[in-house]
Design a protein around this ligand. Structure first.
Ligand SMILES: C[S@@+](CC[C@H](N)C(=O)[O-])C[C@H]1O[C@@H](n2cnc3c(N)ncnc32)[C@H](O)[C@@H]1O
Length: 289
């Protein structure tokens, strides 16, 4: 096969690409096939400039040396640069309707319930869950419900903890949860500027429900979580993993889940050929057998 060295600001040989691709897959599960070469270039070029490195080969060596010495700081920056963190509040609304209905049912005979958002990104998913939880707890005040929000990427998790989102006011108006649990942000420093009409912060009452953790789904994370887990939101992350990595992940997920608990996947994800431990209730909604 002919070597394609991209004629750009920095040298990026096929060897450099495959070294980075293999390192990313080995440490995060994310697959980077050949057609991602230009994406990897465009997403990492800024790191190479910032770190004043000569080329992609030098960047690979720096990240790999860090990992070899148990320091994953630059690797996490690399992951942050190449992963897609796209998310929004109440993405796939039907999952949250299903959560509300089944959570209320479960709360009648279960006093402690744990919900895990395992690829939480900037937090839109766990805060949406927390809104549903807060509402359900008003109807069943004797229960305790904990939401655990985790991600491999520490940068997105700190944004998640801020809980600030840019939302169209019409969307807020049209969603009773958002109307109730989002507050328009107007800080003192904004006093003389036009209002950021679209910037909202989550209501303080939600903060007590959510706990944030850094978890790499590829690792053995089971001991980091309370068990059993009753609901798992694993949405729009396994799409980046190989079938084998998905199988290994759901073996672990299944082992920590309560029988009768629910699992939600992203719109283009499925457990077909991945795990037999779940009953498929509807597209992307599964029940642990
Ligand atoms: C597209 S976002 C999904 C956000 C949210 N679940 C949703 O569906 O709206 C994918 C997230 O998966 C995270 N991710 C990728 N590989 C991961 C891994 N090995 N362990 C944990 N999180 C990972 C990324 O950091 C990113 O925040």
């Amino acid at each position: 096969m002919q070597e394609t060295v991209l004629k750009q600001e920095f040298n990026f040989s096929d060897q450099d690409f495959w070294n980075i691709s293999r390192m990313v897959t080995n440490h995060s599960g994310i697959e980077l096939p050949e057609n991602k070469k230009s994406l990897v270039y465009s997403r990492l070029v800024r790191r190479i400039r910032t770190l004043n490195l000569q080329d992609f080969g030098a960047y690979y060596n720096l990240v790999q040396d860090g990992l070899d010495q148990g320091d994953d700081a630059e690797f996490l920056k690399l992951i942050h640069a190449i992963t897609t963190n796209v998310t929004h509040l109440f993405r796939e609304y039907h999952h949250f309707e299903h959560l509300e209905k089944t959570l209320l049912e479960m709360m009648t005979n279960q006093k402690r319930i744990t919900i895990w958002s395992c690829a939480a990104s900037i937090g839109a998913e766990p805060w949406s869950i927390a809104m549903v939880v807060d509402n359900c707890l008003k109807k069943r005040p004797n229960c305790e419900v904990k939401v655990i929000a985790s991600d491999i990427d520490t940068e997105v998790l700190s944004k998640a903890q801020e809980g600030v989102y840019d939302v169209n006011p019409e969307v807020v108006e049209g969603n009773p949860y958002l109307k109730k649990y989002l507050n328009l942000l107007n800080t003192d420093s904004d006093a003389h500027k036009p209002l950021h009409h679209n910037l909202y912060v989550i209501a303080p009452a939600l903060r007590k429900h959510v706990e944030f953790k850094t978890i790499n789904l590829l690792h053995n994370w089971q001991k980091k979580l309370p068990q059993p887990i009753h609901f798992v939101f694993c949405r729009n992350v396994i799409i980046y993993f190989s079938r084998k990595t998905q199988q290994q992940l759901f073996e672990k997920v299944s082992s920590v889940m309560q029988s009768g608990g629910y699992l939600y996947l992203g719109h283009s994800e499925s457990l077909m050929g991945v795990s037999d431990d779940y009953e498929n209730l509807k597209k992307t909604i599964y029940k642990k057998k």
